[in-house]
Design a protein around this ligand. Structure first.
Ligand SMILES: Nc1nc2c(ncn2[C@@H]2O[C@H](COP(=O)(O)OP(=O)(O)O)[C@@H](O)[C@H]2O)c(=O)[nH]1
Ligand SMILES: [Mg+2]
Length: 350
């Protein structure tokens, strides 16, 4: 999964990036540098299985963060923002909202960001409409005419101030639009970046942006960017004590990842294959044969069965032998819908 951190200048993007990744990029300097980090997804189920099975290798799922400056915070008055091209490749965007300065206005900040995203998409739509029209005139291309019509409907929606994620497209249209990697089709996780001495501000700011929240499209999380970044300098034990004192239930990175998974409809399953315990990320609703394909294309092609053990049974019985003796290893066919936390061994033959 790839998450793009965006926001107006000085909203705490790089601070939150540091808090999530453990990097130490400089903050407060209006830098337009793009930062990137790949971090492993903390997963206590993997931790537990690693403890029970003592494998030679433990591999966590990974997530990429991109700290992407380029938005101006000027909303409609902005000219098209200078957005890092990599931002288009992100699965979701994480707007960081300044809720730490004396009179924050996160609702306005969200509106301004949305307007800039719309502006960026309008630029893409315009240039492609122009290119397509020219080509159709030259070649009389029928498929092109359909795509042109689709782009024109996108233009109309954007001109109306709508986000493309709010429109309903057919499967075939969706497929075409995916190629354009529009910003306003990406789900958003709004991060309320609040000051260390101002816990109550979190609820207040959430209230202010509540109207933007739509299941599967936009969610919000509250965190203390600066303090969490600073806490990373402490030893893990001390950090936990501090966090407890401050009423922080889970670290920024855990909150952001958890909410992003649910926003994007993602789950994890775990494979235990000989010497390796490994977590994989898939979309909720993925069938066993497809899930096998995330591990290896051969496993999907030669799929026979999936042997599925519920994570809780692993914790209860502790060894593979005891699980099997208790009849808790279930053989499932290719259409079995993989559940979050399933521990799977794929049987395949090529
Ligand atoms: N008090 C406070 N200051 C913050 C917080 N997050 C960021 N800042 C400050 O805001 C300024 C801008 O932060 P930075 O991460 O560089 O913002 P960016 O321009 O969005 O990348 C810096 O001086 C930070 O120390 C926060 O949670 N609390
Ligand atoms: Mg920055």
């Amino acid at each position: 999964m790839k998450l793009g951190i965006i926001g107006k200048p000085q909203s705490g993007k790089t601070t939150v990036f540091n808090a999530a990744s453990g990097h130490q990029e400089s903050v407060g300097d209006y830098s337009q540098a793009v930062h990137r980090a790949v971090i492993r997804v903390p997963d206590e189920r993997v931790d537990t299985l690693a403890r029970l099975l003592s494998p030679q290798k433990v591999v966590y799922a990974e997530i990429e963060f991109l700290d992407a400056p380029g938005f101006t915070g000027k909303g409609k008055d902005a000219s098209a923002p200078e957005i890092s091209p990599d931002l288009k490749l992100m699965d979701a965007l994480v707007p960081v909202l300044d809720c730490f300065s004396p009179n924050p206005n996160p609702a306005k900040d969200v509106r301004d960001l949305l307007d800039e995203m719309i502006l960026a998409d309008q630029v893409i739509v315009e240039s492609n409409i122009e290119k397509k029209s020219r080509k159709i005139k030259l070649t009389g291309d029928k498929a092109g005419a359909k795509e042109l019509e689709l782009l024109e409907s996108c233009r109309a929606a954007l001109d109306d101030g709508k986000l493309l994620i709010d429109l309903d497209f057919r499967e075939d249209q969706d497929k075409i639009l995916r190629g354009y990697t529009f910003l306003t089709r990406k789900p958003l996780l709004l991060v309320m970046n609040i000051a260390e001495n101002d816990i109550e501000k979190g609820d207040l700011c959430i209230e202010q942006i509540a109207r933007f929240i739509v299941p599967g499209e936009c969610d919000a999380a509250v965190l203390f960017g600066k303090m969490e970044m600073e806490l990373l300098a402490l030893e893990p034990g001390d950090r936990e004590i501090f966090m407890k004192d401050l009423g922080i239930s889970s670290p920024a990175v855990v909150k952001v990842i958890r909410k992003s998974y649910s926003l994007l409809g993602l789950i994890s399953f775990i494979t235990v294959a000989g010497p390796e315990v490994r977590a994989w990320t898939i979309r909720n609703g993925t069938v066993a044969q497809k899930a096998a394909g995330t591990v290896h294309t051969d496993m999907e092609r030669g799929f026979i069965r999936a042997e599925v053990i519920k994570y809780d049974d692993f914790v209860k019985y502790e060894t593979l032998a005891a699980i099997k003796a208790a009849g808790k290893a279930h053989l499932e066919g290719k259409d079995y819908i993989v559940q979050d936390g399933d521990v799977i061994q794929f049987r395949f033959n090529i």
